[in-house]
Structures are given as C-alpha cells and as structure tokens.
Design a binder for this molecule. Structure first.
Ligand code: CAO
Length: 399
C-alpha cells in the first residue's frame, strides 16, 4: 500500500480558482479518472480527476478554498502504481466545456439529456447523466443559482425525482435454466420509460365505478344494424367522457409549473391501442363535437392506422385525456397509468349481464365497470367522484 498526494494541476492562465465541489469523502474507493474536486475560475469549471485506482485517505481542502497549481488537495492510498503520465489539464472556456460535455454525450448512451445553459459543475452533471435526471427541473441554491450536489440529492429524495429504471440482474437469473433474449421494439422501450416516469412522478389514485349500460347497449344494437361501421361500447364511453370533460375542466388540464395549471379549452381524447410493436395512443380531436357514429369511425381508422404503422405525428399529439379499454379482452377493473402531461385516464373493463332489482322487480341489466386514475396533485377525491358520477348518469340516461 502506498500513499500518493494529489496536487492541483497546471491551471493555465486562470489565477483566482475556487474549489466549488469536493466529489468524494474520506474512505471512498475511487477509480482512475473519477473526479475528486471541481475547480471554477471566472470563465469556466473543470474536474480534477484521480490518476489512480485507490482509496481516499485524507482531503486537505474544503469547498470555497482558493487554490493554485501544486497545492495538495487529497491523499490517496493505492495498491499498485500504474505508470501514468499526468495529463496537464488547462482550464477550459465555457464554450469548450460545453463541447466536451456534448462529446461525452455522443459516446455515452445515457447522456441524451441536454444540459446546455445549465449552471452545474461537471460532477453534478455526471451524476445527473448516470441517473437520467434532467437538471432543468432543479433550481440551484449555489452562487448564480448553480446546482450543487445537495440540490441534486434533495431532488432525488423528493417525489419529483425520477429514479433509474429497474432491471433484473441477468447474471443472477441465468443459472436457473434455459432462456432466450428478445429485443424490445422502440415503442415498447419508450412506453416502459414513460410509464415508469409517470408512475414515479405522479401521485396516482384510482376510483372505481359501474354504469348500467342496458339502454345504450340496446341503442348500439339498433345502430349496428344500419351502420356500415361496427359501433362498440367504447364510442359511447368516449362521448360521455367528453361531455364530462366539458363539465369538469379541471380534468382537462396539465400542471405546467409549481402552482400553475393549464386548463385546455379543447377536448382531444387519446385511445390506447394494442399493436404488435406495443401500446400506442392515437388521438381523436375535438371529440365533444362528434356524434357516436363519427367517434366509432375515428376509433376504427385510428386503430387500423396504428396497427399498420401509418400514424402521423399529428395523429398522436395533443391529447388532453386518455381512455384505455380492455373491454374486448375481459377483467372486472384495473388502474391505468396516467399519460402525462394529462391529469386523468379512464380504464374500461368488460360489461357483464346481471339480474338487477328495479322498482321492486327483478330485471336483466348489463353493467359496465370503469375506473379513473387521477393525479392527486390536481384532482381531489371529490372531483374524481363527481366526474365519475356524471359519466355514469350520462351513460345510464342514454346518449
Ligand atoms: N364490454 C363488453 N364487450 C366489449 C367491451 C366492453 N367494455 N368493449 C368492447 N367489447 C366487445 C366489442 O363490442 C367487440 O365485440 P364483437 O367482436 O362481438 O363485435 C369486441 O369486444 C372487440 O372490441 P374491440 O376491442 O375490437 O373494439 P373496441 O372499440 O372496444 O376497442 C381498441 C378498440 C383499439 C381500443 C382495442 O382494440 C384495443 O386495442 N384495446 C387494447 C387497449 C389496451 O391495451 N389497453 C391497456 C392499456 S394499459 O396497459
């Protein structure tokens, strides 16, 4: 075991250089090229990495210290000294620094987040990139609103912090038997990421309801006898939901900033469509102005386009609320995941025939279970209950 002193390298023309971050603590194991401190001059910031694998024995400086070339800032213990030529790093100008960050982004798959214009040191950027956190969402508490490590830690610890996607450990699993690896489509990969982020970032609550659809089922049968297009219960639910969104505009909104809600004056409903490539959500625009037949036609056109991979950008953008129907498959109820930036989503399950007591008489009825998942930051239980009651009574009255 040998002790090595880490010294501040040649800093180029910079004179007044401050330590803005210490990226390690005593006892930390470090690898060669791991950043140890971050220096900042008036023009830019630079990381000072370790040239060796080892363990931090002592830190000889603190954040805020001014340093010059040659000052020992840390002592590390190393097992073996690799013959390494210390690379003299010059302080880089801000634009060069940005270029370096962009270069890294090209070689690192996780570095797709754009940090341009962000005031944060390289160590914070590195962690954010590794955890796939967009620094634009963090307000810095440092000098000139610089994002410090503590700001990043606080963000991760609050519910708004988006955590890393969770994956099973292949090495642990492969010992149990034969298997094959299947590559996921781009749509499935994007869907997995969006669903995870929505689930982690939005406090979801689900509300379950049932509606007697006997009246609309009779109406639907009659309509289907004369209609060229098959009309499914979904068209009726979409219509009833659009009327409810007109009545309860809070459900047709997006939380755009802390304490700022955008209430949309148009009603576009996204429909979850199952395709071979995964779930896609085409949008039926201005659905509140459409009749049942037109909505059924739009569902058919959009699902054909989705399955034939013919959806255009305009077909999938701009939804204000989403409906996911598993009615053709089965189930008595489920909690769908909100499609951000929306604040609610309705899930439809399979209608069933029941015997019901009506005015003291036993009658046949068809009951449709449906659910609403809502963003509890925007919607309260009472709002959700009123919204669902409205849909239920609209359906039961007949459309
Ligand atoms: N109760 C009872 N029967 C229902 C029903 C319901 N709630 N909803 C549909 N059905 C019936 C239809 O009437 C149709 O019956 P017939 O074959 O006798 O005519 C049959 O089920 C199939 O309907 P469909 O699924 O073709 O049509 P749809 O309008 O109900 O749905 C679409 C269209 C595109 C939404 C659907 O095909 C689809 O992709 N659903 C899956 C969505 C999904 O994956 N959601 C989960 C997201 S969360 O992971």
């Amino acid at each position: 075991m040998k002790e090595i002193e880490l010294k501040v390298p040649n800093l180029g023309e910079a004179e007044d250089t401050e330590i803005i971050e210490i990226s390690v603590k005593k006892g930390d194991k470090i690898n060669k090229n791991d950043p140890i401190i971050v220096l900042e001059s008036e023009k830019a910031a630079m990381e000072v990495p370790s040239d060796f694998d080892g363990k931090i024995k002592e830190i000889k400086v603190k954040e805020g210290d001014s340093v010059k070339e040659g000052i020992v800032f840390a002592v590390i213990e190393v097992e073996q000294i690799q013959e390494t030529e210390r690379e003299t790093k010059k302080i880089v100008s801000s634009s060069t620094k940005t270029e370096r960050i962009q270069d890294n982004a090209q070689t690192n798959e996780k570095a797709s987040i754009d940090f341009s214009g962000i005031n944060a040191g390289p160590a914070v950027r590195k962690i954010a990139r590794e955890l796939e956190i967009d620094l634009k969402h963090i307000i810095g508490s440092g000098k000139n609103k610089m994002i410090t490590k503590d700001d990043l830690k606080n963000f991760i610890h609050t519910s708004s912090g988006i955590q890393k996607l969770e994956y099973a450990d292949l090495k642990n699993l492969e010992v149990f038997g034969d298997y094959e690896i299947e590559n996921q489509s781009k749509i499935r990969k994007a869907g997995a990421k969006n669903l995870t982020q929505s689930w982690q970032a939005i406090p979801h609550v689900s509300h379950f309801e049932e509606a007697d659809v006997t009246k609309i089922e009779n109406q639907r049968k009659d309509l289907n006898e004369i209609s060229a297009i098959k009309i499914t219960p979904l068209a009726y639910i979409i219509k009833a939901t659009s009327l409810a969104l007109e009545e309860f505009p809070l459900m047709n909104s997006s939380l755009v900033d802390e304490g700022k809600l955008m209430i949309k004056k148009y009603i576009n409903i996204g429909i979850a469509v199952d395709t071979n490539q995964g779930l896609v959500v085409p949008v039926i625009k201005d659905v509140n102005n459409m009749k049942i037949g037109k909505i059924a036609e739009a569902i058919m056109q959009m699902s054909i386009k989705a399955r034939d991979k013919k959806l255009m950008k305009d077909d999938i953008n701009g939804s204000t609320f989403t409906i996911s129907s598993l009615g053709g498959i089965g189930g008595t109820g489920f909690s769908p995941i909100i499609n951000p930036p929306e604040v609610g989503i309705i899930g439809i399950s399979r209608a069933r025939k029941v015997a019901k007591i009506e005015n003291g008489n036993l009658v046949n009825a068809t009951i449709l279970p449906f659910s609403l998942s809502y963003d509890h930051r925007v919607i309260n239980g009472v709002d959700a209950g009123n919204f669902m009651n409205f849909i239920k009574s609209t359906i039961e009255k007949g459309l």
